[in-house]
Design a protein around this ligand. Structure first.
Ligand code: SAH
Length: 369
C-alpha cells in the first residue's frame, strides 16, 4: 500500500522532475508537503505543470527548499495555460480500490449527547489520520444521519458518507467479506487479515459503560445480510488492556499495520501514558512479593521492573510511581530484595505465600520511592 504523496513523488521522479514550486499562494505546510499536494490534486484542486519560465523557489522530493524550477503547482484556473505534468487522473490511476476503512454508525442513537460529541470528535480525528497517512476517499462512514451531519463538522463531501447500512454499502461494491475490529473477538488481527478489502471500526464511545460487546452486534447484523465477518482484536502482548480504544487511534494502528509495521510498534506509536497506565495496573501486581515485616504487610516489586516495562509501554517514572501508590505497593532495588529474601522465611498462606521477617529494623529497608 502506498500513500498518494509517495505515488506523486514516484511519478515526478520518473519524469525527471527534481523539485517543484508554486504559482499559487496556496502551498501546503506540514510534515509531508507531497502528501498534501497529492490530496489537493486528488480533490480536483489544480495540477503540477511545466512553466515557460522558472519560479524562484522550489522544494525537492524530500521537501527541502531549493532554487529555481520549471515545474510548479497551479490552481485549476491556470491549468489550461501550461503543459500538465501530473494531473488528478495520473494519481487516481495508480491508487488502489482498496482497502476501505468503514466507521459504522449503526448505534448512533444508543449514545447520550456527550458521547455523540465524542464520536464526532473521534471521526474528525480519523479524517485527519486518513489525510496524513492515506486517502480520505477510502474512509467510509455508514448509517450517516441528519444529527451526525450537523454535529460532525466534517467535510463529508471529501469522504464516503453513506446514509444507508454497511451491508448496502458493501453490496453496491460487490464485497462479501470484511474484517470487523472488535476488542472482544477471539482471534487476533493477523498478517493474512491485512489482505482483506474492508476493515470496520464501530462508531461507538462508551462513557456510561453500557455498550460492552456492542461491536459484535455490528458483525451479527452484517452476517444476517449474508456477509462473511472476520472478527479480530488488536492486542498488546496478548491483552487488549493498554491498546487505545478511540476510533482514530484504532484507525492509525490499522493503517500503520497495513504499511507493514508490527502490531506492538503500531500500538506504541499512538499509546498515551494514560493508556499505558491501564496496563501498568495489571502488570505491576503480577510481580509483587509479599513481606510480613514485624507484623506489617508490605507489597514489594523490583524497581528494575520499570526499565523492563518501559520497553513496551509508553510510561514515565511518574506513571510507575502513581500506579504503585494507587495499589499500595513499594518498589525496591533488586539487591535490597535479595537481602530481604536472605533474612526472611517463606510461609505459605491463602494468598499464595509471603516472606516473613521478624527483625524490627528490617522495616527500615522498605520505603516508598
Ligand atoms: N464498548 C465497545 C467498544 C468501543 S471502542 C465494545 O465493547 O464493543 C470503539 C471501536 O474501536 C470498536 O467498535 C472497535 O471497532 C474498535 N476497537 C477498540 N479497541 C479495539 C481492540 N483492542 N481491537 C480491535 N478493535 C478495537
Amino acid at each position: 500500500m502506498k500513500r498518494p504523496g509517495e505515488i506523486l513523488r514516484e511519478i515526478l521522479k520518473e519524469k525527471g522532475v527534481e523539485s517543484i514550486g508554486t504559482l499559487s499562494r496556496k502551498w501546503p505546510s506540514g510534515e509531508d508537503i507531497y502528501q498534501e499536494l497529492a490530496l489537493l490534486l486528488l480533490e480536483g484542486d489544480g495540477a503540477i505543470v511545466k512553466l515557460g519560465e522558472p519560479v524562484k523557489e522550489s522544494w525537492d522530493l524530500e521537501g527541502r527548499k531549493k532554487g529555481p524550477s520549471l515545474y510548479a503547482y497551479v490552481r485549476p484556473c491556470m491549468v489550461d495555460k501550461f503543459e500538465v505534468v501530473v494531473s488528478r487522473e495520473d494519481l487516481l490511476h495508480k491508487l488502489p480500490d482498496y482497502p476501505w476503512i468503514i466507521v459504522d454508525l449503526m448505534f448512533w442513537d444508543k449514545h447520550i449527547p456527550k458521547e455523540k460529541g465524542k464520536v464526532s470528535l473521534q471521526l474528525r480525528e480519523t479524517y485527519a489520520v486518513m489525510r496524513r497517512m492515506f486517502w480520505p476517499r477510502r474512509l467510509a462512514i455508514t448509517w450517516v444521519n441528519e444529527e451526525f451531519k450537523r454535529m460532525s463538522k466534517l467535510p463529508l463531501n471529501k469522504v464516503e458518507a453513506f446514509e444507508g447500512s454497511t451491508a448496502d454499502f458493501l453490496k453496491l461494491r460487490g464485497i462479501e467479506r470484511v474484517v470487523l475490529l472488535d476488542p472482544n473477538a477471539q482471534e487476533v488481527l493477523s498478517q493474512d487479515d491485512l489482505k482483506e478489502k474492508v476493515f470496520i471500526i464501530g462508531g461507538i464511545v462508551d462513557m456510561k459503560g453500557d455498550k460492552k460487546g456492542t461491536t459484535a452486534k455490528i458483525g451479527e447484523e452484517l452476517e444476517s445480510k449474508g456477509i462473511e465477518v472476520l472478527r479480530r482484536k488488536i492486542v498488546l502482548r496478548g491483552d487488549i488492556v493498554g491498546v487505545p480504544d478511540r476510533i482514530n487511534h484504532i484507525a492509525e494502528i490499522l493503517l500503520r499495520m497495513l504499511y507493514g509495521e508490527n502490531m506492538e510498534k503500531a500500538i506504541l506509536a499512538v499509546q498515551a501514558p494514560t493508556h499505558a497506565r491501564w496496563r501498568l495496573r495489571k502488570e505491576i501486581p503480577k510481580r509483587k512479593i509479599r513481606y510480613l515485616i514485624d507484623g506489617k504487610l508490605y507489597l514489594v516489586v523490583e524497581k528494575e521492573l520499570y526499565d523492563e516495562l518501559k520497553q513496551w509501554l509508553n510510561i514515565r517514572w511518574e506513571d510507575f510511581v502513581k500506579v504503585l501508590r494507587e495499589t499500595g505497593m513499594v518498589a525496591l532495588e533488586r539487591r535490597r530484595i535479595h537481602h530481604l529474601n536472605k533474612i526472611s522465611v517463606y510461609r505459605l498462606d491463602r494468598s499464595g505465600g509471603k516472606r516473613v521477617i521478624l527483625l524490627k529494623r528490617a522495616a527500615l529497608l522498605c520505603y516508598n520511592c
